[in-house]
Design a binder for this molecule. Structure first.
Ligand code: AVJ
Length: 323
């Protein structure tokens, strides 16, 4: 196996492009066309997502931030002194910073993300505020073993996985359990996890959060097609697709789709994909949990739920669990 460091940058980009192309071809070949939601987060997509987080209609980010600020001391106490904080999908690490600042002698912070630029900028920023903290940024997909293997092991310390933002909601219940089991298997007895989940609630509130009045979510969703056009040489006509999000009560999730407004054919890297009028590409799921349901999920994946915090309207929850 070749080391990442002796592969050229363009080599690596070429590998990424090939993986993206394969995923797109596979997804568009299914009966229900689908695209993996991780591709929503290129540079433009990440910027649009940051705009979503500030929207009045999108209650998740500010509600989670409120729970953190209201209960930071209790969370720090649950985590305890000398801990190593591991954050899969850390992005700009903005949520970890106040947490790290409130911990007693944090031993290290290990953020992982697919975007090296965002991660390295965040590391620089955190280093200026917490100069004594050991930070190891790991570039890669946190669902892959290599990304974890590249991080210093720090087995001797109490390690706590920090997984805020309801990212777990993007995974189907089966996949979510698989991911949590994988997290548990990377931890030792007594290690912990602090994880945020959006809660099941009034569908009107849920649907408004994913169909915001400023249409930022629509742009976020359609950016995926722009990205495919630009990176894979496709000819999606953006005026012939519309954003659609809705709550699916039986599946307890908000689904995001792109609806073809006409019967049309789209070419991706020389292959043609036919769309019926009204046919959709499923681009994201955002699962909503009940408090009890998520505690069951934790128990069934090797964790012991220790405590949780919520907002006064019970819109969102942060759970602390141990293995
Ligand atoms: C980043 C997965 C938490 O599901 O609410 C926001 C992504 N998609 N608006 C979510 C998202 C559309 C978001 N997560």
């Amino acid at each position: 196996k070749r080391d990442e460091s002796d592969r050229g940058e363009s080599d690596r980009n070429e590998g990424c492009r090939r993986g993206f192309l394969e995923d797109v071809i596979r997804g568009l070949s299914e009966l229900q066309k689908t695209l993996p939601c991780k591709y929503l987060y290129d540079e433009a997509g990440s910027e649009l997502f940051e705009q979503i987080c500030k929207l009045e209609d999108y209650y998740l980010t500010r509600t989670e931030a409120q729970i953190f600020s209201d209960h930071l001391a209790e969370m720090a106490q649950a985590i305890g002194p000398d801990a190593v904080i591991i954050e899969p999908g850390a992005g700009n690490c903005a949520k970890a910073e106040p947490l790290l600042a409130s911990l007693e002698r944090p031993a290290a912070y290990l953020p992982m993300d697919i975007s090296p630029e965002i991660l390295l900028a965040a590391r620089r920023r955190i280093h200026t505020h917490l100069p004594n903290l050991d930070i190891h940024a790991g570039v890669g997909d946190f669902t892959e073993d290599e990304t974890w293997a590249a991080q210093p092991p720090m087995e001797a310390r109490r390690r706590v996985i920090f997984f805020p933002g309801s990212t777990i909601g993007n995974f189907d219940p089966d996949q979510a359990r698989g991911l949590l089991r994988a997290f548990a298997s990377r931890l030792n007895k007594g290690d912990g996890m602090l994880i945020g989940t959006d809660l099941d609630k009034d569908p009107v509130i849920l649907e408004r959060a994913y169909n915001d009045s400023e249409q930022v979510t629509a742009r976020f969703n359609k950016n995926l097609l722009t990205r495919i056009n630009n990176e894979l040489g496709a000819d999606f006509d953006l005026s012939r697709f519309a954003h659609r999000s809705f709550y699916h009560p039986l599946r307890c999730r908000v689904e995001m789709h792109l609806v073809s407004l006409t019967r049309q054919s789209v070419s991706v890297a020389g292959r043609a994909f036919a769309f019926l009028e009204g046919e959709t590409i499923h681009t994201e799921n955002s699962h909503k949990y009940s408090l009890a349901g998520f505690r069951d999920t934790l128990r069934s994946t090797g964790f012991v739920p220790i405590r949780h915090w919520s907002d006064s309207s019970s819109h969102y929850a942060i759970h602390f669990a141990e293995v």
